[in-house]
Design a protein around this ligand. Structure first.
Ligand code: SAM
Length: 256
């Protein structure tokens, strides 16, 4: 492992805002703040928003700065990525943000029923081959339902036409209440100061001319959710190439 990464891991272990609970630690120690995030961690009664797969944590930090009355928790398995956000939180003394190093597959072990009132899923891998791995699949939604407040909002921000269409179909099939549904956030006039916060991956996709999609939805009932048929949704061909690559000659996407 490079020196830089080791330094970041060492820093993370000293940051109060960084809680590190990958599976093996979770199994060994359990998690101390379940049902106690307000009382024992944040020290206030403000609502809690999660950012799942937060990467460097741009959303978590920007939201925490813009709304000190609420609390924000970025979740990712990559500690060295979250270091950027966690360092800013430590250095600027932001008291309403935290970073949790954990697998999203275990996210229901970290919160009590009703403890979270909003979720942002920012630019996840669309997992075009495996439905179960998609962060908006029934499997994950059922997990979120264990700790999301009734009426809580789930937001998906993505560059992926595939993941957008899959999630839109799932929402329609299961009667979700749609608060925002756009396949071109910045061209639609629907962007607001919160939805306009840009993550690292978002900036990369925007620089390649990709349109950003946003779905904000309420799930009225997390029991008996059904998977939509996604077999006919066109796969995102541009994802086969590194983000910095210029359009390959044999791919004819008008969007690239
Ligand atoms: C494509 S990146 C997006 C990062 C950030 N949201 C952004 O927009 O810049 C996806 C992130 O999800 C994290 N991730 C993927 N699967 C995960 C899992 N099962 N548990 C925790 N984090 C995960 C990765 O480590 C990565 O940082």
């Amino acid at each position: 492992m490079g020196k830089n990464k080791l330094k970041k891991f060492a820093d993370m272990s000293t940051f109060r805002c960084a809680l590190q609970y990958p599976r093996e630690v979770l199994l060994k120690e359990g998690f101390p703040y379940v049902g106690k995030w307000h009382e024992d961690f944040f020290g206030n009664e403000g609502g809690i928003t999660l950012e799942l797969g937060c990467g460097k944590g741009e959303y978590t930090v920007a939201l925490a700065k813009s709304n000190p009355a609420r609390n924000y928790i970025g979740v990712d398995i990559k500690g060295a990525r979250m270091w950027s956000g966690a360092k800013e939180v430590e250095e600027t003394g932001i008291g309403n943000a935290a970073f949790l190093r954990a697998e999203i597959e275990n996210i229901d072990k970290f919160f009590a029923p009703g403890e979270v009132d909003e979720i942002w899923i920012t630019f996840p891998d669309p997992q075009m081959q495996k439905t179960r791995k998609r962060l908006t699949s029934v499997r994950f939604l059922q997990m979120y339902g264990k700790f999301l407040k009734p009426g809580g909002v789930i937001n998906l921000k993505t560059d992926s036409p595939f993941l957008y269409e899959y999630t839109r179909r799932l929402a329609e099939l299961n009667g979700f209440e749609m608060l925002v549904n756009t396949d071109d956030l910045y061209g639609s006039g629907m962007a607001d100061p919160v939805s306009s916060i840009k993550t690292y991956y978002e900036s990369q996709w925007l620089s390649r001319g990709k349109k950003i999609k946003l779905l904000s939805m309420r799930v009225p009932d997390f029991s008996n959710l059904q998977e939509p048929d996604s077999s006919d949704i066109e796969k995102d061909d541009y994802r086969a190439y590194p983000r910095h690559t210029v359009q390959p000659q044999n791919v004819s996407s008008p969007d690239l």
